[in-house]
Design a protein around this ligand. Structure first.
Ligand SMILES: Cc1cc2nc3c(=O)[nH]c(=O)nc-3n(C[C@H](O)[C@H](O)[C@H](O)COP(=O)(O)OP(=O)(O)OC[C@H]3O[C@@H](n4cnc5c(N)ncnc54)[C@H](O)[C@@H]3O)c2cc1C
Length: 473
């Protein structure tokens, strides 16, 4: 798999914040050039620090936020990536890197369920369901609003007490089972905060009786997407700022925490004073000299995997939807992104009059398998059965593309936070800062904006003693 490593030429400007006459005795090594590692590297460069290196095992940068072009000329991300930033620093970096080379889209997300199209979120749009389901959802919501449930102890109970039985049965249970591939009663509820939009019973009732749609797709719900090279087109633009200090094809295979030394697969080694790790926390511990109790804690961390199936069509897309959630078993995937809507350059020759593309995500885990040999075929069938493609469109498929994502979602299991505290305390005492989607292993701060911020703030903390607002949240 090759990503976009090169960027359009850019002028590199280094802001001088770091006092150049201060001794630069500490050697900082970053492991991984995904958004977190890139955020850390960019900040080191921005502050004028010089004694650092960033090692990446792939031959491209961007990690899970990289993009790939297939032989037919379709561009694919590693699953649907949408940038909803929470932070000014991140926004400023994006503005600086992308300049005018982006498109802006209004979020348009939908649910396909019970053979219907329902605007997201379901609780505000249940009028689109069959009548019996509307009744079940409203009765359940009313029950939930009366707040008669015992306090929820896990994600399963939280869904029931927040949404009631109807929405739980028709959407929240099947969708979340399909996404996480982990029993919902083994998942915690503390991560939820803003990741799941919750309910206002009166609003739900009003929208049913007054036949109103309530999508939250207002003017503020816009997102930027790089004009070219997919989501990876943004992260490729970090390259001029970091390339002097970047080593690719550098797969760290062993770490001695006492000696502060790393060994790479090709036999090379390096030492560090401070290590910023962005590779998966459990594999870092596995290759390190950590003691047994820390290894056991790392063994409690659970993740799922995803097949991303790209389907490129020799047919114009007539729909303006951005992405669609699929709770029902009529499709293997939990989400499909209409990727050609994000940029004309996601299809061959930038020709959206002729081509369109769907990016379909199906998750699996060690307990729930999904056959790799049949996933493309099942995906195409799911697209047809759910009216994303018309019967007969199979003949218009210009190409398919399969990406297997071994680590896709860090699952917020019960017991995760205890394990993370033990591991992070140990690592910190050994001059290792582990940050990022799988470096910190906290889904609730696992998006691209969180990741870049975690990298940048970690550097601010190391060099200037600043607070790490995202990681400490
Ligand atoms: C299916 C899916 C959908 C997503 N959707 C969104 C979205 O809509 N919006 C959003 O903001 N975010 C989304 N994300 C999350 C986004 O991809 C992450 O926030 C981001 O990529 C995390 O960055 P990171 O640097 O922490 O980790 P990664 O991207 O995983 O980068 C880690 C890097 O470390 C490298 N590495 C690992 N092991 C080693 C080793 N031993 N030696 C050297 N290098 C190593 C890897 O090759 C990789 O480059 C999604 C992710 C997935 C999987």
């Amino acid at each position: 798999m090759r990503g976009f490593l090169s960027t359009d030429s850019m002028v590199v400007q280094v802001k001088s914040g770091w006092k150049k006459d201060e001794p630069l005795e500490k050697r900082i090594v970053i492991l991984g050039a995904g958004p977190t590692g890139l955020g850390a590297a960019y900040r080191l460069r921005e502050l004028g620090y010089r004694n650092w290196l960033i090692y990446e095992k792939n031959d491209y940068i961007g990690g899970l936020a990289a993009s790939f072009k297939d032989d037919q000329g379709f561009t694919w991300d590693i699953g649907g990536h949408v940038m909803f930033s929470h932070y000014k620093y991140f926004d400023d970096v994006v503005d600086k890197l992308l300049g005018d080379d982006y498109l802006e889209h209004q979020r348009e997300s939908w649910i396909r369920m019970l053979q219907r199209w329902v605007p997201y979120p379901l609780q505000n749009n249940i009028r689109h369901l069959p009548k019996e389901a509307v009744l079940e959802c409203l009765v359940g919501l009313h029950e939930a609003a009366r707040n008669t449930h015992e306090p929820a102890r896990n994600f399963h109970e939280w869904i029931l007490s927040t949404f009631g039985e109807g929405i739980a049965k028709h959407f929240m249970f099947p969708y979340n089972k399909k996404l996480w591939r982990t029993p919902l009663d083994k998942m915690d509820k503390s991560w939820i905060a803003e990741r799941v939009s919750v309910v206002d019973f009166e609003k739900a009732l009003n929208n049913v009786i007054l036949a109103k749609d309530d999508t939250g797709w207002g003017p503020n719900n816009v997102f930027k997407f790089p004009l070219k090279n997919g989501t990876g087109g943004l992260f490729g633009r970090f390259l001029p700022y970091i390339e002097d200090n970047l080593r690719i094809y550098a797969d760290a295979v062993k770490i001695d925490l006492e000696q502060k030394r790393i060994w790479f697969a090709d036999g090379a080694t390096d030492t560090y004073d401070i290590l910023i790790n962005t590779s998966p926390l459990d594999s870092l511990i596995g290759k390190s000299s950590a003691p047994e109790e820390v290894r056991q804690a790392a063994g409690n961390l659970i993740s799922n995997s995803v097949y991303v199936v790209g389907v490129g069509l020799d047919k114009k897309l007539q729909s303006s939807k951005c992405w669609i959630y699929f709770p029902d078993s009529s499709a293997p995937f939990y989400r499909v992104t209409q990727f050609s809507n994000y940029s004309p350059f996601n299809v061959p020759s930038g020709d959206r009059e002729r081509f369109s593309s769907f990016m379909c995500e199906t998750s699996f885990s060690k307990d729930v398998s999904v056959g790799k040999e049949t996933i493309i075929e099942k995906t195409v069938k799911g697209l047809i059965d759910n009216r994303m493609m018309e019967p007969g469109d199979e003949k218009l498929i210009a190409g398919t593309y399969l990406i297997e994502v071994d680590r896709a979602y860090p699952v917020p299991t019960i017991g995760r936070d205890r394990a993370l505290t033990d591991i992070q305390d140990f690592l910190h005492a050994n001059s290792v800062y582990s940050r990022g989607r799988f470096g910190a292993w906290r889904y609730e701060i696992g998006n691209m904006d969180h990741s870049v911020m975690m990298g940048a703030e970690c550097v601010g903390s190391i060099l200037n003693g600043e607070k790490e607002a995202v990681f400490e949240s």
